[in-house]
Design a protein around this ligand. Structure first.
Ligand SMILES: Nc1ncnc2c1ncn2[C@@H]1O[C@H](COP(=O)(O)OP(=O)(O)O)[C@@H](O)[C@H]1O
Ligand SMILES: [Mg+2]
Length: 373
């Protein structure tokens, strides 16, 4: 806003000159029009951007609509703006010749000011980024399809391999020696590991495609926790890790027990994996307001604040070096997040490097989501 004193005529003249000099030297094209749509001020930059051959003096008093007839969209906005008053407009990316221009119109006391800017580079970079994103999305779909097909094909022969190994271990094909049992146990363990990995990949493909159906039933969460502790007991005992629980009286509530056990299993498996000999793990579950909060706390290696952001992403293994001690593909927490979120809950971690980690997740007591199927 400019203020010109009424009494000081000379100051008013110099203020006008000052204003014209600013407009003349502005890095943008500027056009001012009166309430009847006549051009009152225009700078050379505006004419250059619009590709006009005329000089500013030759354009003054001409009708803006006729002057900018190659930009009908802009003309419509100007008419609207003048009719309705006070309604500014921002039109980005109007193509004039080979460049993209942005027009911003603002009502002033006795007319309208239009600021014109060359946004060609901005639009081109934006289009390039959009193109790249589309390419990456297409590649991501291709990757998922490849993983799905490959996992299916690998899983199919795994079923008879597993069955035959179990037959041998059960001595249905004849007696086996202790050494043979040790070998077959190892074969079976690795078949199971491969089977879980393939199932994880298939789960992710299903979740990404929105095809994961939850089997929502009234279940007992404490029973699920107890079952998972029993399943991971051997792993913990091998590292002399004690697992304690603190479970408040929980009401039965609706969730997919199979999938929540998958979440609990991964959290507990991780806690055991990333905790040293003689460590401690505490599992707590309690009701708070209208949800249940589950915590899995360990005294393990911990996670830095920065790393905590990548954990829940696909292939979110923190140690990706070939020498890393712990196996796993880094899919577990990503799957946990998808399952918990599909239940309408949240999952997060609090941790300090070297001081252990606590993973939390919540499940709503009244789930409106998930879909029964
Ligand atoms: N309790 C934990 N303590 C320390 N680091 C953890 C813990 N749980 C998970 N992590 C880190 O998060 C990564 C991702 O975990 P997850 O998705 O389950 O994959 P995976 O178990 O296959 O490595 C792990 O590789 C590890 O670096
Ligand atoms: Mg894991």
């Amino acid at each position: 806003m400019m203020y010109i004193s009424k009494n000081k005529e000379s100051e008013s003249v110099s203020a006008k000159e000052f204003l014209l000099s600013i407009i003349g030297n502005a890095p943008y094209g500027i056009i001012s029009i009166d309430l009847y749509g006549n051009i009152t001020i225009i700078n050379q930059q505006a004419l250059t951007l619009l590709g006009k051959k005329e000089k500013p003096g030759e354009v003054i008093n001409r009708k803006i609509i006729e002057f900018l007839k190659e930009c009908p969209e802009l003309g419509k906005n100007i008419v609207e703006c003048l009719k309705r008053g006070r309604k500014p407009f921002d039109i980005l990316e109007t193509k004039v010749d080979h460049q993209y221009l942005s027009f911003r119109g603002r009502i002033i006391l006795d007319g309208l000011i239009i600021v014109i800017e060359d946004v060609t580079n901005f639009v081109k970079s934006k289009n390039k980024i959009k193109e790249q994103v589309e390419k990456l999305e297409a590649l991501d779909i291709l990757k998922s399809q490849f993983l799905t097909i490959t996992s299916h094909e690998l899983k199919t022969p795994l079923t008879p391999i597993k069955a035959q190994t179990e037959l041998l271990l059960g001595e249905e094909r004849g007696k086996i020696t202790e050494e043979q049992r040790i070998s077959l146990d190892m074969v079976l363990r690795n078949i199971k590991r491969l089977d879980i990995l393939l199932s994880d990949i298939l789960d992710i493909a299903r979740m990404k495609a929105g095809k994961l159906k939850l089997e929502m039933k009234k279940e007992n969460l404490s029973d699920c926790i107890k079952e998972i502790i029993t399943n991971t007991k051997l792993l913990a005992e091998r590292k002399k890790i004690t697992i304690e629980t603190r479970m408040a009286e929980l009401p039965k509530f609706v969730f997919d027990a199979g999938r929540i056990k998958q979440v609990l299993h991964n959290l507990l498996d991780n806690a055991i994996k990333f905790t040293g000999i003689n460590g401690k793990i505490m599992i707590e579950a309690k009701k708070q307001k209208n949800e249940v909060l589950v915590q899995v706390k360990d005294t393990g290696i911990g996670i830095s604040k920065n790393d905590a952001k990548t954990l829940f992403k696909e292939f979110g293994q923190l140690d990706t070096s070939l020498k890393r001690k712990q196996s796993g593909a880094g899919l577990g927490l990503f799957i946990c997040k998808m399952i918990v979120e599909q239940h309408g809950g949240k999952i997060w971690v609090e941790s300090k490097l070297g001081k252990g980690s606590t993973f939390y997740f919540t499940l709503p007591l009244k789930s409106g989501r998930g879909g029964i199927g």
